[in-house]
Ligand binder design. Structure first.
Ligand code: NAD
Length: 500
């Protein structure tokens, strides 16, 4: 079964989707618009969104600033009620949001877009549920002193999003910022802004005007204006390490709070005990999932460097290749599709350049090449799964984040060597360890320099877990109570002299 596109739903006209500022829908101050291209129907424009400038950011920040004190002053149960209502509204619209995600991002509806929309709902519900946990402490300072802390919001938060799973990443920021009493200005990625605008529409009616604002536009204008804006107290950024480095420097210059969720080149380590006849199929399925093939590898947590022990190298590669080859690449709206499209022509080209580079290395073994994928009847940015074996950890394809469906496989013999190779990266976001032996699995997990290590499973983040990067994969934590405290609050100490 296939779902209709926005264009089919709207007739032949390309709809204009204004942005959401101060509780209303507006064009950009200077009236410019930008096309949003459908990645699974190359050359087709899904909609136009305002191409904002710093004037639009000014307007949104002013609205957020006005709304913030009253939003923060309420009893926490008022924010809790609002977030739980939002969660219910999002759940009621979950399927429509998933269909829109498939069109806007190219992520396949069944394998990707629906789980993303479900995570969005879960995160609003989770943060609504813990609204009362952002509380201070009282120091036992004697009868003549009342010394306590207040956990206070930062103020106005600027949230900058990437395109790879916009709803899920918005959900890592918006509910955590709101529940702690902040107001928010969101900037979606220019390649995939539609789900975020629809999100604002659904959320908007449950929040006071100005509490949530969405400004669309380019990173170099709207994103930059958010980072530089003197009235934005915190920049919460998810995107590439190169842009993140600039964001951190610019925000640091004006002493704004900043958190960064950046890139990754995460190791996936297979021990022989995970590739015995009774386990090999499940381990390969887990490695496939961890690689995020079904999101076209466009995931910061993709286990894209696969280290397989020499004793099981050939049989594991064979089983993995069998499973990966069976993935159906196709129209993201088709229920049969496992893997949709790359986001844009530019990213498509970048992925192919990396594959070419890998294929040109001495000693590489091209196990699966998704470049020659038959895409009859399809005209999007399709790229099939690709596996390059016999790779060395020093090659570009093993060091740089490709952000495409390209898995590199590296053999190993000694545990110390594989741990050293896994850690020989400027990234440290996620990692995966596959072993049937508890001791080797846990000790290896502890030795890996990553913010998140999974053992014998390769799925996505779950609500309440700590999530964030080591090294150049980021600063700060999301998805969790501790992440929200660290990321969206500041502590005020009050010391009062009491007279008896
Ligand atoms: P990107 O860095 O190109 O863009 C991210 C966002 O930053 C976009 O909204 C963009 O418009 C904006 N931006 C660009 N220039 C800016 C500037 N000068 N100032 C402020 N904002 C600016 O990243 P992308 O291509 O959209 O996304 C892919 C990257 O995101 C990958 O590196 C991926 O690993 C990373 N990512 C990380 C996580 C995580 O949780 N760690 C999650 C998803 C994606």
């Amino acid at each position: 079964m296939k779902h209709q596109t926005i264009l089919e739903l709207n007739g032949s006209d390309i709809p204009d989707w204004p942005m959401y500022v101060g509780g209303g829908w507006v064009a950009s101050v200077d009236g410019a618009w930008a096309d949003v291209v459908c990645p699974s129907r190359a050359g087709t424009t899904l909609a136009r969104v305002p191409s904002g400038t710093s004037a639009d950011v000014d307007r949104a920040v002013a609205a957020a600033r006005v709304a913030q004190p009253a939003w923060a002053a309420q009893h926490f149960t008022a924010r809790q009620r609002a977030l739980l209502k939002v969660a219910d509204a999002l759940e009621a619209n979950a399927e429509a949001l998933a269909v829109l995600t498939a069109q806007d991002t190219g992520n396949a509806l069944r394998t990707q877009a629906r789980p993303e929309s479900a995570t969005l709902v879960a995160l609003f519900r989770y943060f609504g549920g813990i609204a009362g946990e952002f509380k201070g402490t009282v120091l036992p300072a004697g009868d003549d002193q009342l010394q306590y802390t207040r956990v206070e919001p930062l103020g106005v938060v600027g949230a900058i999003l990437p395109w790879n799973s916009p709803l899920m990443i918005a959900a890592m920021k918006i509910p955590a910022a709101l529940v702690t009493g902040n107001t928010v200005v969101v900037k979606p990625a220019e390649d995939a802004p539609l789900t975020i605008l629809r999100l604002a529409e659904i959320i908007g009616e449950h929040l006071p005007a100005g509490v949530l604002n969405v400004v669309t536009g380019r990173g170099s204008t709207v994103g930059e204006a958010i980072v530089q804006h003197p009235d934005i107290d915190k920049v919460s950024f998810t995107g590439s390490t190169s842009v993140g480095r600039h964001v951190a420097a610019a925000a640091g210059e004006r002493m704004a709070h900043v958190s960064l969720e950046l890139g990754g080149k995460s190791p996936s380590i297979v021990f022989p005990s995970a590739a015995t006849p009774d386990r090999i199929e499940a381990t390969a399925a887990g490695v496939l999932l961890a690689m995020r093939f079904t999101r076209q590898g466009q995931s910061c947590t993709a286990g894209s460097r696969l280290f397989v022990h020499e004793d099981v190298y050939e049989q594991f590669l064979e089983e993995l290749t069998r499973q990966v080859s069976a993935l159906k690449v196709g129209d993201p709206l088709d229920e049969e599709t496992d893997m949709g499209t790359i986001i844009s022509a530019k990213q498509h080209q970048t992925v192919r350049e990396y594959i070419e580079d890998g294929k040109n290395q001495d000693g590489v073994r091209v196990v699966l090449d998704g470049t020659e994928l038959a895409t009859e009847g399809l005209d999007g940015f399709y790229q099939g799964p690709t596996i390059l074996a016999g790779v060395q950890n020093t090659w570009r394809v093993a060091r740089e984040e490709i952000f495409g469906p390209v898995l590199v496989v590296i053999p190993w013999r000694e545990v110390d060597d594989v741990v050293a190779m896994a850690n020989d990266s400027h990234y440290g976001l996620a990692a995966y360890v596959w072993s049937a032996q508890l001791d080797e699995a846990i000790t290896t997990a502890h030795r890996i320099e990553s913010g998140w290590v999974q053992v014998n499973q390769g799925g996505g983040q779950v609500v309440g877990q700590s999530y964030g990067g080591y090294k150049q994969s980021g600063i700060g934590r999301e998805f969790s109570l501790e992440g929200a405290i660290e990321g969206f609050t500041q502590t005020k100490q009050i010391n009062v002299k009491l007279s008896s």
